[in-house]
Design a protein around this ligand. Structure first.
Ligand code: GLN
Length: 494
């Protein structure tokens, strides 16, 4: 029974909870047992089993007494350790925040609490969400629950939301929050064979999410089906007085558009994404996806996003610039771990040198450089201008198509060994397909379509117009139905 409970999707579990065939305590306990067994994956930084069981018991009581229940009542989830959770340690996977216990709750996690979810704990991430492997975490690497060709767990789960993706794929939670600045929901979803959506910039509040790059950061759900992501996003999204960039738009019911056909819809295929050295497994899965959409009645149109090749450098200039500014608050004076020195300046220096990992330091240096008086115009201002051109590419494309379909990541999950031997700039190439839509702020969902020859999952990306997540979900649901992807990784559950 235990393994079955941790295989359920959120929508299946809600159904069983409603029918009183299972209880939230049973469901939560099954996940806690699995978390115990799968500790070798290192998916969680902080586990909160007592809290989870207490919340689950309260939830069961509510159902039993007929009290008003939330739309995700009794569903055990995990939160990326970038979301502030009141009274529960929030580290951003860093040493500098390793003792930080926030006095307040992020809006998104509060919304999920209000919807009746149970929190199993806080999951691992790249430090301050900087990276694509979860290897920059101060709390050690997370393993991908998909084994390599030799049956070894040597693969990265992707990042930065790698803890979320691994936990969802291995059945250590039913869904998880992620955050995406340049691909951190979509790339780990692709590496771990699960579904995740970065909604439109401004759809979810960023209040209480440890900031990386404020003009790009966006919260989003990661789960085992398109419908589960829609159910979670319904609760996560919405206006918030605490974040001036969150849109004051009504949140539609994202499950409404699921299971409708694509007759009359035009789907764009960007020619710039099909370079001659595109990984053949990724290209094959992309073609399969296009075929599925054609069969569902969509018209496939080749489109051009001419400034695609500038997206990576522009992203790394803007993201690092914003990071260097955002991370200046960690100075050893307020909530961070302090390392004393002989003067105030030396204390700052000691604290920050000790508290930040090498990737974070690299980005602070890069960001400070591109913002410095002598280079601001040459790098930062120029990057902002090119960002507008990338944004315009999407606006132009969406005059003719309803959605765009593209690969999510250029490869399947890489091994730790391969990642370790790569230069930092080479690891940045992994974000080639995700950064353009991040810079444009458009919604984008990644879902698994099939397996490559090496037996590992490959994800596709569905990109939509600003605030048109519904079309994204609709197209993704068709792909999910057609692909019938087997969601269980090699990792064998109890
Ligand atoms: N991999 C990208 C980076 O390292 C994206 C990170 C993210 O989206 N948080 O910046």
């Amino acid at each position: 029974m235990v393994s079955q409970l941790t295989d359920l999707t959120i929508s299946q579990a809600l159904d069983l909870l409603d029918k009183k065939e299972i209880s939230s305590v049973e469901l939560t306990q099954a996940h806690l047992t699995e978390m115990d067994r799968a500790r070798f994956l290192n998916a969680y930084i902080t586990e909160t089993p007592e809290l989870a069981l207490q919340q689950a018991a309260e939830s069961d009581k509510k159902r039993a007494t007929g009290e008003k229940i939330g739309r995700l009542e009794g569903i055990p989830i995990a939160n990326k350790d970038l979301y502030c959770t009141k009274g529960i340690r929030t580290t951003a996977a860093s040493k500098i925040l390793s003792h930080f216990v926030p006095p307040y709750e992020s809006t998104v996690t509060q919304n999920l609490k209000n919807a009746g979810t149970i929190m199993l704990g806080k999951v691992n991430t790249d430090q301050f969400a900087m990276g694509g492997s979860t290897m920059t975490s101060y709390f050690g690497v997370t393993k991908n629950p998909w084994a390599d060709e030799n049956g070894e767990y040597n693969l990265v789960p992707g990042g930065s939301s790698g803890g979320s993706a691994a936990a969802v794929a291995a059945g250590l939670c039913m869904g998880a929050t992620g955050s995406d600045t340049g691909g951190s929901i979509r790339q780990p979803a692709s590496f771990c064979g699960i579904t995740g959506i970065k909604p439109t910039y401004g759809r979810c509040s960023r209040y209480g999410i440890v900031a990386f790059a404020s003009s790009l950061d966006q919260a989003g759900p990661m789960a085992r089906s398109v419908k589960d992501c829609a159910l979670m996003l319904n609760e996560m999204a919405g206006f918030d007085v605490h974040d001036s960039t969150v849109a004051d738009f009504p949140v539609p019911d994202f499950t409404q558009a699921l299971h409708t056909d694509l007759k009359g819809k035009k789907i764009g295929v960007p020619k710039e994404y099909r370079s001659k050295d595109l990984n053949p497994a990724v290209a094959a899965v992309w073609d399969k996806g296009i075929e599925y959409l054609k069969n569902a009645g969509a018209e496939i149109v080749e489109i051009s996003l001419p400034h695609t090749k500038y997206a990576l450098p522009v992203y790394y200039i803007i993201a690092c610039a914003e990071a260097s500014s955002n991370l200046s608050r960690y100075d050893g004076v307020r909530y961070t771990t302090r390392v004393d020195g002989k003067s105030l300046d030396e204390m700052y220096e000691n604290t920050r040198t000790d508290g930040f990992g090498p990737e974070v330091i690299r980005r602070i240096l890069l960001g400070t450089f591109v913002l410095s008086a002598g280079f601001y115009d040459a790098y930062y201002i120029r990057a902002q201008r090119v960002r507008r051109l990338i944004y315009n590419d999407f606006i132009e494309a969406f005059k003719t198509v309803d959605a765009i379909v593209a690969p999510a990541a250029p490869t399947t999950a890489l091994s730790y060994e391969a990642m370790k031997n790569m230069k930092p700039v080479d690891t940045y190439l992994g974000d080639v397909f995700t950064t353009p839509s991040s810079l444009a702020g458009v919604p984008s969902l990644a879902l698994p379509i099939g397996l490559a020859e090496n037996g590992l999952p490959v994800g596709l990306q569905v990109i939509g117009k600003h605030f048109d997540e519904n079309t994204v979900f609709q197209v993704a649901q068709i792909l999910e139905d057609e692909a019938q992807f087997v969601k269980t990784p090699h990792y064998v559950k109890g």
